[in-house]
Design a protein around this ligand. Structure first.
Ligand SMILES: *[C@@H]1O[C@H](CO)[C@@H](O)[C@H](O)[C@H]1NC(C)=O
Ligand SMILES: *[C@@H]1O[C@H](CO)[C@@H](O)[C@H](O)[C@H]1NC(C)=O
Ligand SMILES: *[C@@H]1O[C@H](CO)[C@@H](O)[C@H](O)[C@H]1NC(C)=O
Length: 413
């Protein structure tokens, strides 16, 4: 494990890839996104409270303000697929469905901005969106201008019906340039790497992607179940593309939306998702019905200790340093006003479902930590001080079935 520790420090020292220079996403962005929870529900006659409509986004925006999400850092309200009419307008422009967005997108953007929030919108660089609404192929420049004219703040660009690998590789950078040309800073969330890797079985060039996009999906869509959450974690843990090397201000790997508060995860599994998304400096986009979220899930999403790890100033994506049948261990170096130089966050995940907490036993030395005077160890979810430990002292972390034990370690001088 000591070797791993040296590699982490080295990779961190060498990182500094050129990232998209639009002044945005200097820390991993946070917000709320429609897709995972509300999908393509367009029937406002049948289901007025949950259909994709101006009303849904205004309602979520209101709650993000009243319930403290905005002030905790969740700033973007992001529309996903199914907001458009099925054809472009006579002028060739995309247009929102007039029944579900009766006042148009500029009106919605104004409303969102009046709440101190930012509006995200969705498009697709292929001939159609994933749900077969008009795609941006041959219209990239016009669509960038249209989004800017509505004063949109973020674009998620998908790549269903892209056509070919070359179209993917040229379409995403082209849109990046067209967005830049509008003069409006627009956070650019790409599905580029995921499409290249999953649809075309091609190894994505992450340095190129980071130069053109603020965040990019690498892997499958998350569905509402533990196996998808763990698969995403395992994907980054396998680290087939040295994901950490391209991460930094303006450039983030995106493991997809948070399903904390939805239907499929146990409380411990929700802790894993939020804890690991924070460890991995991942964008945090909640996709949950904020009107009736469980209090325990809400408390997790607003947990200050976790969010301090998430946006820690070193901005390093955690590394998995070990994995066996029972446990895996992740490490993230930290440094900020909360964590003195030489601090770390350590997450232990447990894979099995044997129904009792099981201790992970280690020494700090075994994790590569050598500060002779030792470390102060703090449980990260509730901020509980676990005491001071020397490098050779034994630590016991009780981990629940498919659960996480997350601590921060600050060196004692
Ligand atoms: C456009 O790109 C230039 C050069 O990278 C950058 O300085 C500028 O801030 C960008 N503008 C916007 C609106 O993204
Ligand atoms: C909504 O559902 C109702 C009843 O199921 C149906 O009659 C109506 O055509 C649907 N409207 C749309 C826009 O799909
Ligand atoms: C990670 O690697 C292991 C071992 O090679 C493999 O079994 C697993 O499927 C990989 N996980 C993902 C999500 O790619």
């Amino acid at each position: 494990m000591t070797l791993w520790f040296e590699i982490i420090i080295l990779v961190f020292a060498l990182s500094g890839t050129e990232s998209l220079d639009n002044g945005l996403a200097l820390t991993p962005p946070m917000g709320w996104m429609q897709w995972e929870r509300f999908r393509c529900n367009i029937n406002c006659t049948d289901d007025p409270d949950n259909c994709i409509s101006e009303r849904l986004f205004k309602t979520m925006a209101d709650i993000m303000v009243s319930d403290g999400y905005r002030d905790a850092g969740y700033k973007y309200v992001a529309i996903d697929d199914c907001w458009m009419t099925s054809e472009r307008g006579p002028d060739g422009k995309l247009q929102p469905d007039p029944v579900r967005f009766p006042n148009g997108m500029k009106h919605l953007a104004d409303y969102i901005h009046s709440k101190g929030l930012k509006l995200g919108i969705y498009g697709d660089m292929g001939t159609m969106t994933c749900k077969k609404y008009p795609g941006s192929k041959f219209y990239l420049e016009l669509d960038a201008q249209t989004f800017a004219s509505w004063e949109v703040d973020m674009l998620k660009l998908d790549c269903c019906y892209a056509g070919s690998l070359v179209d993917v590789q040229t379409g995403f950078p082209a849109m990046s340039q067209y967005l830049n040309n509008t003069g409006r800073p627009i956070l650019y969330a790409c599905c580029w790497a995921a499409c290249e890797g999953l649809y075309y079985k091609h190894k994505p060039d992450y340095k190129a992607i980071a130069k053109h996009c603020n965040m990019w999906r690498n892997y499958n869509d998350l569905q509402d179940a533990w196996k998808y959450v763990y698969a995403a974690i395992d994907f980054y843990g396998n680290n087939t593309a040295h994901f950490q090397e391209v991460v930094g201000p303006g450039a983030w790997n995106d493991p997809d939306e948070l399903i904390v508060g939805d239907f499929g995860l146990s409380y411990d599994q929700e802790r894993v998702q939020l804890g690991m998304w924070c460890m991995m400096a991942s964008p945090l986009f909640m996709s949950v019905d904020l009107r009736n979220i469980r209090q325990t899930s809400k408390d997790l999403l607003l947990n200050k200790n976790l969010l301090r790890i998430h946006s820690d100033e070193l901005l390093v994506q955690a590394y998995r340093i070990s994995k066996d049948n029972l446990f895996e261990v992740w490490l993230r170096p930290l440094r900020s006003q909360y964590f003195s130089d030489g601090s770390f966050a350590v997450a232990v995940l447990r894979h099995d479902d044997y129904g009792m907490p099981f201790p992970f036993i280690t020494t700090l030395q075994g994790l590569g930590m050598k500060n002779k005077a030792g470390y102060k160890v703090t449980e990260a979810f509730d901020g509980k001080n676990m005491g001071k430990f020397l490098p050779q002292d034994q630590l016991r972390f009780p981990v629940n079935p498919t659960g996480i034990f997350l601590v921060t370690l600050t060196p004692i001088s």
